[in-house]
Design a binder for this molecule. Sequence first.
Ligand code: ZN
Length: 83
Amino acid sequence: MHYFTPRRCAATSKIMYHDRAKAQQAADRSMVERNVLLWVYRCDYCGSWHLTSHEPGSYQRMRTASRALKPHSRKRGYKPRRR
Ligand SMILES: [Zn+2]
């Protein structure tokens, strides 16, 4: 029996998909078979397509929120002391 072994990305060790349609197919299958929702994104390192369990949009929102916390804590009266 012939078995296809997917290539994996050197940077993320995720399965490399040649095009977006192939990756989207795999994402759809995981939704049906495992009830896991996956997003398709293009990798900056290898240029192929990967699947991620984190919604790219929500990840952006999280980073923006943590950055917004810093000026807030400064307003609460935190001052670095100098000798
Ligand atoms: Zn990659």
